[in-house]
Design a protein around this ligand. Structure first.
Ligand code: BG6
Length: 493
């Protein structure tokens, strides 16, 4: 069933995000029959293009970046007729927005979405331009890409600027991790199964690990990345959102404010990391040159970003605590990095050992472990102890109950942006971040940056192709823990 016709305007319409993700996602939803023929997708950027040139540019990008298997030429022709292009320099004070505004004459009743795939410092300015041109109706929505700011103050200023034009209920702050199928599955796993809840606390859980490892380097994004680093690029948003979904209380419903209110409670309960603790609780790293698992040689970070010197972290590991009743004393280890051994995002719930072993002192009884693999090879694995059959007494073996997505579903996995874009059009804010969430996350991240600056904490080097610096393993070892070392690559071979 198509949703009611809508207009979506993509600022940054010729940029990387639009070409790689947003337009292909809209195409897939068009093919699924969710986008009505009289909807419009209007790309906006500074450069001059005719409508036909823009249609070609988007089509070329699809063939370059998206899966050819999902392409359907007949559908593309129809989809292409929804594409329009408008050129304006949004940062030019003398720019005339009146022609742009005229695009919406007669379309007042249609849902109108402004997607800002632009640098965040431009957000407030674009919103003001839209307002002055009379384009912001009560039903107009704005979508803000991450990162919203570079710290708490800049995020607050951006939010305030956008908030002068759009009501909070019409602001969609996107974190594409929340659109991933397996991340939404976290809600199902936790709240549609009774058996986990009684164990989901400090009484049965020893520690939690949240890893988002990437094998790619900084690629062509060196200039942005060197100013950001892994903490701003991944932890402030994606990892903290995963932490919230893992640790929050059951919301009363999946309505936006019910979910968001529970998430903010987690962020507020995150223990601050003081200057005195920073070395004990955080590790920052940067990749040196090395050999990737596929046998390719990888250059070091400094060469990739083309600078002589930089203390920007391409890897970070953090030991975090949530100071509330449920999670008292349970370490949440967060880890993310570029040029790690393999691409692997997962949440590991390490349960406590049984309180007393009836099997005798010599028998090793491993504690249960729940591994929620977010990508790739999406799966939920519960590692349990089982008796090894045969002679030789009571021998225990640790094996997983394995709920693999690939074994159970054959559907195409939609890109995270597909779901999120359609949620914007439908007006569903549940998977988007509220202003207070973003700001609370920045506050927590800011104190880590402040600690690193004031203590001049070392940036540990790690060879590209390895799982971060040795010190990250040491941080867990001090608590008697270890990172989950299951390898996706090894499983496949
Ligand atoms: C983005 C970061 O938000 O997420 C990138 O800016 C990172 O640096 C990307 O590579 C990871 O997303 P995914 O979906 O590939 O895990």
């Amino acid at each position: 069933m198509p949703v009611a016709p809508f207009d979506i305007v993509v600022f940054g319409g010729t940029g990387d995000l639009a070409r790689r993700k947003l337009l292909p996602s809209l195409f897939h939803r068009f093919c699924d029959g969710q986008i009505a023929d009289n909807s419009r997708i209007i790309g906006v950027s500074r450069s001059d293009h005719s409508r036909e040139e823009y249609q070609k540019l988007i089509s070329d990008a699809y063939h370059e970046f998206s899966q050819e298997d999902d392409f359907d030429a007949a559908q593309w022709k129809k989809f292409s007729s929804l594409l329009y292009y408008y050129s304006i320099d949004v940062m030019d004070d003398t720019a005339d927005w009146s022609e742009f505004a005229a695009l919406f004459k007669g379309a007042e009743e249609k849902t109108r979405v402004f997607y800002l795939a632009m640098p965040p410092r431009m957000y407030a300015r674009i919103c003001e331009g839209l307002k002055a041109a009379g384009c912001v109706s009560d039903i107009a929505r704005v979508v803000l890409e991450k990162p919203i700011g570079t710290d708490f103050e800049s995020a607050r200023a951006i939010n305030a600027g956008v908030g002068k034009v759009f009501d909070e209920n019409n602001i969609y702050r996107i974190d594409h991790y929340l659109g991933k199928e397996t991340v939404q599955n976290l809600l199902v796993l936790r709240f549609a199964n009774i058996l986990l809840e009684p164990l989901w606390s400090h009484s049965a859980i020893e520690h939690v690990q949240i890893t988002a490892a990437e094998s790619i380097g900084v690629g062509g994004r060196g200039a942005y990345y060197d100013g950001a680093g892994a903490l701003r690029d991944m932890v402030q948003n994606h990892l903290l959102q995963l932490l919230c979904l893992t640790a929050m209380e059951a919301p009363a419903s999946l309505k936006a404010d019910d979910v968001r209110t529970e998430k903010i409670k987690v962020l507020r309960a995150l223990r601050s990391i003081s200057e005195d603790d920073i070395e004990e609780m955080t590790i920052r790293g940067q990749y040196a040159r090395g050999m990737l698992v596929d046998g390719h040689f990888a250059k070091d970070y400094l060469t990739d970003v083309d600078v002589n010197q930089s203390s920007t972290e391409s890897f970070v590991a953090i030991k975090a605590y949530i100071d509330n009743w449920r999670w008292a004393g349970v370490p949440f280890y967060l880890r993310t990095g570029k040029r790690m051994a393999e691409r692997r995002s997962e949440i590991v719930i390490q349960f406590k050992a049984v309180p007393h072993s009836v099997f005798g002192g010599d028998t090793q009884v491993n504690a249960n472990r729940l591994v929620i693999r977010l990508q790739p090879d999406e799966a939920v694995k519960l590692w349990m102890e089982i008796k090894e059959p045969g002679a030789g007494g009571m021998r225990l073996k640790t094996l997983p109950l394995n709920l693999s997505y690939a074994d159970n579903f054959t559907v195409r996995y939609p890109d995270a942006y597909e779901r999120l874009l359609m949620d914007v059009v439908r007006g569903n804010l549940s998977l988007f971040m509220r202003r207070d969430e973003v700001e609370a996350a920045w506050k927590w991240v800011d104190q880590i940056h402040a600690g690193w600056d004031s203590t001049e904490q070392r940036v540990e080097l790690y060879p590209a192709g390895e799982d971060g610096p040795r010190e990250s393993g040491d941080m867990l070892e001090r608590n008697g823990h270890a990172w989950n070392s299951e390898s996706v690559t090894a499983e496949k071979t």
